[in-house]
Design a protein around this ligand. Structure first.
Ligand code: SF4
Ligand code: SF4
Length: 350
């Protein structure tokens, strides 16, 4: 671990230099707001954004991804054999990812990279990616990340953490991947490690002090799944939900997908596409039976997964990093902080 300083006058030149080795992703604003997207050759990451509408989730888990291909042409030796689709797993770097979104990727990793199963698409993309974080000096009003195990200066899941110091960035290089990226940019002005750490600590404390929003999760572990599942409040929580799915699409920790096949002439492709547990189709069986046929069941599933099933299964906190995106985006103002409080304080009446 080491610290380097990057004069902002040298920033763009360094980023451009790294394009020779890395495909770059970063925050850019378009008609839909700020997004973390692939950066065109002449586009620099916007390092002064507040928050992005969508997180960096799609860098590893695209909204739509071709995963298998099959030839339907019987003249081909390998016809009707499904093969992995080609993917680009050359080095890539996500510049300016927020610390809570980097932590979210570590939570998603628990699902895609396990002892029993390794999702090759996600894992290969993860291994190819360097995460260059941008600390949050001024957290927004919906940021409750400090109560979800992360925070504005969290280093979890990052290879480099940048702190904006007006005329320069102070960079904490955390991993060999981070070192390789800094070298590819030509950023090599080393700073005193002790002094830099003190500066980081001061900035972190200042930023954390401004966060006033939080969730209470301390009693969730002690509840039984059955008590929470059968609790009487789910109809009230779900009442205004229109099952639009927005909360799941904007969430950096939601990973559900659906599989679709497409045939074109003599070729077939299998895709996986983001899906949402809020959709009535999500759990409908081929028989027509739907174990989550009512809205309340689907809303309960979302919150139980994030706040109870995940917590019990992995013992790594809740499946929420406190980015506030779902709170901001929900058209009917359903707020995970309130639902969490209700679940946390629920006591079953005997
Ligand atoms: S964004 Fe709100 S209304 Fe839409 S599915 Fe989520 S909770 Fe329901
Ligand atoms: S549940 Fe909401 S606040 Fe939590 S990580 Fe997902 S979008 Fe962010």
């Amino acid at each position: 671990m080491k610290f380097i300083t990057i004069d902002k006058k040298d920033w763009a030149k360094g980023i451009d230099k790294s394009r020779g080795t890395y495909q770059l992703f970063g925050p850019v604003t378009d008609i839909n707001g700020c997004q973390i997207k692939a950066l065109d050759a002449d586009v620099q990451p916007e390092m002064e954004y507040t928050d992005s509408v969508l997180s960096a989730k799609s860098v590893l888990f695209p909204q739509s991804e071709k995963i298998l291909v099959t030839s339907l042409n019987e003249a081909d030796d390998d016809h009707h054999i499904m093969k992995r689709a080609d993917g680009d797993y050359t080095p890539r770097a996500v510049i300016g990812i927020r610390p809570y979104d980097a932590r979210a990727i570590q939570l998603v990793k628990m699902n895609f990279d396990t002892e029993d199963y390794r999702d090759p698409y996600w894992c290969d993309a993860y291994e190819a990616t360097t995460f260059v974080g941008l600390a949050i000096n001024k957290p927004g009003p919906l940021d409750f990340s400090t109560s979800t195990g992360t925070g504005p200066f969290s280093e979890d899941g990052l290879d480099i953490l940048l702190a904006d110091m007006d005329d320069k960035f102070l960079a904490k290089v955390l991993t060999p991947k981070g070192e390789a990226y800094a070298a590819a940019c030509g950023f090599n002005t080393e700073a005193d490690a002790k002094e830099s750490q003190v500066l980081f600590d001061v900035m972190r404390k200042d930023a954390e002090k401004t966060i006033s929003s939080s969730v209470e999760t301390d009693k969730l572990k002690d509840k039984t799944i059955l008590d929470l599942y059968e609790a009487p409040f789910w109809d009230d929580v779900a009442f205004s939900c229109i099952n639009c799915g927005t909360c799941t699409y904007v969430c950096p920790t939601c990973w559900c997908f659906d599989i679709q096949d497409e045939n074109k002439l003599k070729a077939s492709s299998r895709f996986r596409n983001w899906d949402t547990c809020m959709s009535p189709l999500f759990t409908r069986h081929a028989t027509g039976h739907n174990p989550r046929g009512e809205k309340t069941m689907r809303v309960r599933q979302r919150f139980m997964h994030k706040l109870k099933y995940f917590l019990d299964k992995y013992d790594s906190g809740i499946m929420c990093v406190g980015c506030g995106r779902c709170v901001k985006s929900c058209p009917v103002n359903i707020d995970i902080r309130q639902v969490c409080e209700t679940m946390n304080n629920y006591e079953k009446k005997e």
